[in-house]
Design a protein around this ligand. Structure first.
Ligand code: SF4
Length: 106
């Protein structure tokens, strides 16, 4: 990190080294933000299901007691005999018993 000081009209540059921990923390924040951009854009657009199942590691079974039926993005089946619903985030039919990384409790 560079800090510029002005002393009597002369600029003095002081260099303060960043610690490895600070660099890793900032890098993690930047990479995490980049990874969430598609999800944020999707949620703002209001369109249904454009992410692929692979992108969000969808699985047809619950994880740690959480499943699609308890997620705010889950859309239950419309037909009474249908076994799959849809999702505001993922494309295609999904199981009410499934789960993905975008799980968000109701
Ligand atoms: S857990 Fe994932 S796939 Fe299931 S409803 Fe939520 S966002 Fe959609």
């Amino acid at each position: 990190m560079d800090i510029e000081e002005h002393s009597g009209g002369n600029a003095v540059k002081t260099i303060i080294p960043l610690s490895r921990r600070t660099l890793l923390r900032r890098g993690t924040i930047v990479l995490g933000s980049i990874a969430l951009i598609p999800i944020a854009i999707h949620s703002l657009s209001g369109k249904a299901g454009s992410a692929t199942k692979g992108m969000l590691h969808y699985q047809d079974s619950p994880k740690d007691g959480h499943s699609c039926s308890g997620c705010s993005s889950f859309r239950p089946p419309t037909a009474p005999d249908a076994e799959t619903g849809t999702c505001k985030v993922l494309e295609g039919p999904i199981s009410p018993h499934g789960w993905c990384m975008a799980y968000s409790p109701r």
